[in-house]
Every structure is written in C-alpha cells, then in structure tokens.
Design a protein around this ligand. Structure first.
Ligand code: SF4
Ligand code: FES
Length: 267
C-alpha cells in the first residue's frame, strides 16, 4: 500500500467562512447632496430700474464651489444670469464677487466653508459700474493699473545675456508677483468706494512689483505717480484688501513699503 502525502496544493480547501475573512473596503461613503438657497443680486439695465435679489434653490455637494452653483442656475434654471469666469481654478481672476458680504473668487469658495442653512448671497463687487447681474465694468480698475507702469523699464544697451538678480533681491517683490488682477482688494476698499480717483490696492501692488525690482530703472517715476493725491497716502490701513486677496498677498504691507520708500527717498 502506498502512502500518499498531501501537499498543500493537494489539500482539500477548508469550507469558506466569511465571518473570519477581513475584506478591505476601499469604497468611500457616497457624498450626500443637499439643497441650498443661492440669493443672487440681479440687474438687467434693459429692464430693471434697480438691482433686486432673486432666490434659486440648487442641489449641491459640500465639495462644490459657489461657481458650480452659479453654473447650475445658468444652465438649468435661468440662462439669462450673467457672470464672468474663465479658468475655474483661481488663476485668471475673472470671477471675483461678493459672497455673503465678502469679496472672494466664486471658483475658490467651497460650500462646506459656508453656512448652507442660510441663503448664500452673491452680488457684484462694489465700487465699479454695474453692467449686468454679477458683471461690472473693469475698465476704471485697469486704467488705474496701467497708470502705475506695471512693466519693466530697463535702460542702457540691450544686454547680451539675461539680467541677473540675486535671490535676496528677487525676494523683495516675490509676494506682489502673485497678483491675478481679480480686483477683490480694490473693490473691498472703503476709500475706493467713496473716491473712485484712488488708484486702489491692486494698482499699488502692481507698482510694488517693479519698484522693488533691482533690474528696473523707473522706480522713481512710479513713486512719483503714487505720491500724488490719488496715490498711497489715501490708504487708511483698514486691511480689507489683505483679507480679501485670494492669493494671500500681504497688500497692506506692500502699501506700507511704498510709503516708506517715499518717506526715506530711497528704495
Ligand atoms: S492683490 Fe490680490 S485681491 Fe488684489 S487684484 Fe491682486 S490677486 Fe486680486
Ligand atoms: S474663474 Fe479664473 S479665477 Fe475663478
């Protein structure tokens, strides 16, 4: 009689007992939608004498942005709703609006960070002429920006190689290079609301970017422009601009640095 040794592969499998088998569950709980009221300040210059509030009920998820809710309104409920947006990712600066009374980018404002039990108010940024719904005329904003010469002015002969700069010199204006010209700062400034002549924080940030650039030759000219009655001395240091900036730029500090450069007469 031949003894037969059972190898592991020959062994009869044990009956399957599901209770002792741990199965990794990689599925996440499905996000739960909810209804939220979005209260939009509407205005159509062809029919309305005054802006008015209109409520929309939108199904949303906590990870949705306010921009998603506006898209749902426009695409599913009222195609006449007018607002600007382009990149939808906090880069182009076109969708600054006043959300729950604060200037923000609609594409960077998540539902989970808002009180969804109350209506979410959305209106156009203040201090610029209202064109339609959430759209304002940005021309006064860009006019002020252009006036501070937001471009490099480098004199002398055209160099045969790149204009070098130390890391320390670059660091002096690094923060102000981050501006995306959304106007959230300027249109949250009470001085700008009451006096449209003020250049506003965004233009000063744009000037700061070049004033403190060691390769630039027009800092004196820019400082003269900002020393005018529309310039930095109008700033009342309310910090509204710094709080509104979606890029986290220390705008009030940049304005203070420009003021100091004017007082000291050097950069
Ligand atoms: S400084 Fe900030 S808030 Fe002002 S325009 Fe630039 S990115 Fe927008
Ligand atoms: S859509 Fe471009 S910054 Fe929001």
């Amino acid at each position: 009689m031949t003894d037969v040794m059972n190898t592991p592969s020959d062994a009869m499998p044990e009956p399957f007992d599901a209770s002792i088998v741990a199965v990794a569950d990689h599925t996440e709980a499905a996000p739960v939608p909810f209804n939220v009221t979005v209260r939009v300040r509407r205005f159509d210059p062809d029919v309305d004498k005054e802006p008015f509030w209109q409520d929309f009920t939108v199904e949303a998820y906590s990870t949705d942005r306010v921009l998603d809710a506006l898209h749902k309104i426009k695409w599913d409920q009222d195609g006449t709703l007018a607002f600007r947006r382009s990149c939808a990712h906090g880069v182009c600066g076109s969708d600054a609006m006043r959300i729950n009374g604060r200037n923000r980018l609609a594409c960077k404002t998540l539902m989970k960070d808002l009180d969804i039990k109350a209506p979410i108010t959305v209106e156009a940024i203040k201090g610029l002429p209202l064109e339609k719904d959430l759209i304002v005329d940005m021309e006064p904003f860009f006019t002020a920006y252009r006036e501070v010469m937001p471009f490099m002015v480098a004199g002398g002969h055209e160099p045969s190689r790149e204009r070098l700069q130390s890391q320390e010199d670059r660091a002096r204006f690094d923060d102000s290079t981050k501006c995306i010209l959304c106007a959230a700062c300027t249109t949250s400034c009470p001085v700008f609301w009451t006096d449209g002549q003020y250049f506003g924080p965004a233009a000063i940030v744009g000037a700061h970017r070049f004033i403190f650039d060691s390769r630039d030759d027009a800092s004196t000219q820019r400082l003269e422009i900002l020393n005018s009655k529309e310039g930095v001395w109008r700033c009342r240091t309310t910090f509204n601009c710094t709080e509104a900036c979606p890029r986290g730029i220390q705008i009030t500090q940049a304005i203070a640095e420009v003021k100091q450069a004017l007082i000291r007469g050097r950069i």
